[in-house]
Design a protein around this ligand. Sequence first.
Ligand code: 5GP
Ligand code: MG
Length: 175
Amino acid sequence: MKTLLNQADIKKGVEKLAQEITDHYGERPLTIIGVMTGCIIFMADVIRLLEMPLRVGVVQTSSYDGVDRGRLKINSEMMPDITGRDVLLMDDIFDTGHTLKEVLRLMDELNPTSLKSAVLLSKTGRQEVDCSPDFVVFDIPDEFVVGYGLDYEDEYRNLPFVAALEPADIQSVVK
Ligand code: 5GP
Ligand code: MG
């Protein structure tokens, strides 16, 4: 596979994001909600750089198969109460944008005081929706990437860097 972002790149980007979040919210209490499972490493690194009073929770998304193919299923059972709170949604990657848009729509119905979004990666030229993340750490080319939380068939999440998969990598994953 081909490395797109090494550990030093990611560290610098994550530190810059933490500073932007701090500049925006100051000392106001913040609730961060991560989209499982891709957010785990990114969220863990960012929250440890934040010093405001912080609550952390998660939502899980997945796609239906069959008739409703392409429709998103969102499990928000593990999400803490966000009504009347400043909320920041964190996801690994903004691709077509449908995931982020739909999760934000559902969260907005719970009447948070404010609602923003942050992603580690945004794929150039793939956006299909009329909303974009408020904070983007890296814009990347339109390639399938893994590592730093992102998976292929549930593997590679533990890689400490972000890499684009090549055909040989795809064949080597045991199904
Ligand atoms: P969207 O709804 O924006 O099209 O897709 C977002 C979701 O698709 C991400 O949360 C992620 O789970 C998955 N995804 C999109 N592009 C990639 C990619 O290049 N690599 C991996 N591992 N997941 C991706
Ligand atoms: Mg995801």
